[in-house]
Design a protein around this ligand. Structure first.
Ligand SMILES: *Cc1c(COP(=O)(O)O)cnc(C)c1O
Length: 395
């Protein structure tokens, strides 16, 4: 495979391991285990003296193809694919800490990531501090001599705030901590955390990588050394492995990822502009717009604003609900990155477990909705938004 291939080419061809049949499309190896030609061959494989597969909890050819295709896209040396995005986050964080260590994370995290950092880690004797991710001084102040891991996502869910990945990566390197970035919202097409200095990048492949609402998956990417030294034993003995069937679905998803994400982003730009110019909308948060509070940082670390828009309707929860209920094409769902456009009211769904103060601190108001733009014709989406705004305005 050529190192000079552009991302779209890599996403179609990288990682292919053809069987003796020379199939065009990647084969689905639905097998738990593997057989050996002799007892000596089994011994050599277990000793690591001979390459080859042992058991699909450790590795499987279809899963390897997905991992290698993701490495080619991300510019990573190695990866381990997991059964869900949370499997990826939990493994990436838990594999590198022990009781007595300390972790610093940005406060604006996907709900389940907050559970891992705020509840699970302290239960196991790993202290954690949550900071305002946009405030570099807060990161600095929170770091202690025993801080092992820094963790963030950018843009954040659901308010689409950005964290300066290069600046936090610098802090991590200065203090010897490992920076883990959850890159779901930006997608691997528009943001490359490893290039910005992050040590580990994680994805929920459930989102744009599948992108068609079919299966769960996740992946952790890093250097060969980190994957081997820190994660591999944890991964193979605790078992968050991806099924070969789901790996195959995700592999095929990668082939169309750049086309889908580009189309969804083109539509998102138009819809964000349209919302901002209309009535009932107090503010629109979209990293691709000039009025985003961190537009300069967005230009520096993202190639485009991506596929999600957050906006706040005047009239609080009642207006937000009326708007959602009036939509005819855009469906109410907490998923994102899908070919179907989806809307969610974070305050009562994905972020309902936060206290009122925590929600306020994150800027998740009662009138805020998060819109994930799909692959429908943008004119149909705009018409749906307009008719729903009209109905919601009669409240
Ligand atoms: C969805 C999501 C996750 C969790 O992924 P699952 O595949 O649902 O387990 C983690 N982080 C972010 C930012 C997400 O959007």
């Amino acid at each position: 495979m050529s190192k000079n291939w552009k991302p779209a080419t890599r996403l179609v061809h990288s990682g292919v391991q053809r069987s003796e049949f020379g199939e065009t499309s990647e084969a689905m190896y639905l097998t738990q285990g593997f057989v050996y030609d002799s007892a000596e061959a089994a011994e050599a494989r277990f000793a690591g003296d001979e390459p080859g597969y042992i058991y699909s909890r450790y590795a499987n050819p279809t899963v390897t193809m997905f991992e290698q295709r993701m490495c080619a896209l991300e510019g990573a040396e190695a990866a381990l694919a997991t059964s869900s995005g949370m499997g990826a986050v939990t493994a990436a964080l838990m594999c590198q800490v022990k009781a007595g260590d300390h972790v610093v994370a940005a406060r604006a995290l996907f709900g389940s990531c907050r559970y891992v950092v705020e509840k699970l880690m302290p239960q196991l004797g790993v202290e954690s501090t949550l900071v305002d991710g946009t405030d570099l001084a807060a990161w600095k102040a929170a770091i202690r001599p025993n801080t092992r891991v820094l963790f963030l996502e950018s843009p954040t869910n659901p308010t689409l705030e950005l964290v300066d990945i290069a600046a936090v990566a610098n802090l991590a390197s200065e203090t010897g901590a490992t920076l883990v970035v959850d890159n779901v919202f930006a997608t691997p097409i528009y943001q490359q955390p490893l290039e910005l200095g992050a040590h580990v990048v994680v994805y929920s492949a459930t989102k744009h990588i599948d992108g068609q609402g079919r299966c769960l998956g996740g992946i952790v990417l890093s250097s060969q050394e980190w994957i081997k030294e820190k994660m591999f034993d944890f991964f193979r003995h605790t078992g968050p492995s991806l099924s070969p069937f789901n790996a195959w679905v995700l592999l095929k998803g990668l082939e169309t990822l750049p086309l889908r994400v580009a189309q969804q982003t083109t539509s998102a730009v138009r819809i964000a502009d349209h919302l901002a110019s209309g009535k009932l909308v107090n503010r629109v948060l979209y990293p691709g717009r000039e009025d985003h509070p961190q537009a300069e940082l967005a230009r520096r670390q993202m190639k485009a604003g991506s596929t999600l828009i957050a906006f706040e309707l005047s009239g609080g929860k009642e207006r937000a609900f009326a708007f959602e209920n009036a939509l005819q094409l855009i469906r109410i769902s907490n998923n994102l990155g899908d070919s179907k456009s989806l809307i969610t009211h974070p305050a009562t769904t994905t972020h309902k477990n936060l206290s009122d103060e925590d929600r306020d601190a994150l800027g998740i108001s009662a009138g805020m909705v998060r819109l994930s733009i799909g692959l429908e014709d943008v004119e149909d989406l705009l018409a749906d938004v307009d008719q729903a705004l009209e109905i919601a305005s009669r409240l």
